[in-house]
Design a protein around this ligand. Structure first.
Ligand SMILES: NC(=O)c1ccc[n+]([C@@H]2O[C@H](COP(=O)([O-])OP(=O)(O)OC[C@H]3O[C@@H](n4cnc5c(N)ncnc54)[C@H](O)[C@@H]3O)[C@@H](O)[C@H]2O)c1
Ligand SMILES: [Zn+2]
Ligand SMILES: [Zn+2]
Length: 359
């Protein structure tokens, strides 16, 4: 806490990247102040995501995304402590998460109500200061207020990636469909749980980590494939699928995953791809065309339809809620952030969350 008796502020703790090549450090930064339409949130928990690992490393992906100085962090939960003078719909004391994509409001898609397709999106913790900090400031329109007592700080910290999973898994109707999920990272695992809830028939998950494949099974996958050892086709035979998968959810971003998915799709199959590849991927376009396969890229969450779906899903299905909550496998005090980043980088376990409540 940093407010002084005179109402002035001292520094507050934040993970800070002074320049692309500077190390990420826990330092004192000025306490942020909300503009007229903004909300100031006392951060309780922040999830560590692949984007944050790129930012920590200062690698080519980070160079393409960020403009330091920057406080990263975009997956968070906290309590509203101050609202700008024109804020009407969010109150001090609300427990909230935040949609990390701040949209322009004026491009064609924004004006048509398709804000997830804004051409000038600014991302919290990427192009503006984020939530690896005691406080974060975001526009009122980006705040998602949780129902009272409904969401733990740990679960609240993963609403952003849960939203990626929900957005991707609900892109195509799931009922009765055979579904292939490539990549059982935290988002792939959540997508499996959502697909199971949404009525999928058979769900197959791939990864190269036995630990993550076990998590995929626990989340509702009927079969798993370690693609470092066997081909997806073997799983089709095990499950008695005769024509291929109806829906593919690409959740790895790994170069070889999409081509093998395409090989295993039924005619008329539908693919939603969230995974972010680092380079170009060769795809059998002849097969895509002649089998009339639909491909849908997925970015972020639909504003705010996905958020309503997320809260409703958790509210309606205790099994799904437990499966989503169990994706958080490590919670560390923010002072141990380096350990947390190392754990996230290791690719073991599930989501790593930092806790800012006791600094
Ligand atoms: N489009 C978006 O808006 C958006 C948002 C968030 C994340 N993403 C991307 O979604 C993907 C999933 O995110 P995450 O946080 O779960 O990431 P993650 O890196 O934790 O998960 C990826 C998983 O893929 C596995 N994998 C590695 N090689 C594989 C292979 N050959 N086949 C199948 N799986 C393989 C890894 O072991 C890991 O478990 C990442 O590519 C991430 O960059 C995209
Ligand atoms: Zn993220
Ligand atoms: Zn816009």
């Amino acid at each position: 806490m940093a407010a002084t008796s005179r109402g002035h502020t001292e520094g507050v703790k934040a993970l800070f990247k002074a320049s692309l090549n500077a190390p990420l450090e826990l330092v004192d930064r000025p306490e942020p102040t909300p503009g007229a339409h903004d909300v100031k949130i006392r951060v309780m928990t922040t999830g560590i995501c692949g984007t944050d690992l790129h930012i920590q490393a200062g690698d080519a992906a980070a160079a393409a995304m960020i403009s330091p100085p920057l406080i990263p962090g975009h997956e968070f939960y906290g309590e509203v402590v101050e609202t700008g003078e024109l804020v009407e719909h969010v109150s001090v004391g609300d427990r909230v998460s935040g949609e990390g994509h701040v949209v322009c409001g004026m491009c064609r898609n924004c004006r048509a109500g398709r804000r997830h397709l804004c051409i000038a999106t600014q991302s919290v913790g990427v192009q503006r200061d984020g939530a690896f900090a005691e406080y974060v400031v975001i526009p009122q329109s980006n705040v998602w207020v949780h129902a009272e007592g409904d969401i733990t700080p740990e679960l609240g910290a993963i609403f952003d990636p849960f939203g990626n999973a929900v957005h991707t898994a609900l892109t195509f109707p799931m009922v009765g469909e055979d579904v292939l999920v490539t990549g059982a990272g935290p988002i792939g695992i959540m997508a499996i749980a959502v697909a199971r809830h949404a009525g999928a028939r058979r769900i197959v998950a791939t990864d190269v980590s036995e630990e993550r494949l076990a998590m995929a099974r626990a989340a509702g996958a009927d079969d798993v494939v370690d693609v470092s050892r066997e081909r997806i086709e073997a799983s089709q035979r095990r499950l008695g699928l005769r024509e291929g998968f109806d829906i593919g959810l690409e959740m790895s971003g790994v170069r070889t995953a999409l081509p093998e998915m395409v090989e295993n799709m039924n005619h008329g199959g539908r693919i939603a791809m969230l995974g972010l590849p680092t380079g170009e991927i060769p795809v059998d376009w002849n097969r895509m065309v002649t089998r009339m396969i639909t491909f849908q890229g997925i970015y972020g969450r639909q504003m705010f339809e996905t958020w309503y779906a997320m809260s409703a899903l958790l509210d309606s299905d205790p099994v799904l809620r437990q499966r989503i909550a169990s994706v958080v496998t490590d919670v560390l005090p923010a002072t141990r952030w380096e350990e947390g980043f190392a754990a996230a980088r290791s690719g073991h376990g599930g989501k790593v969350v930092l806790d800012w409540r006791e600094l």
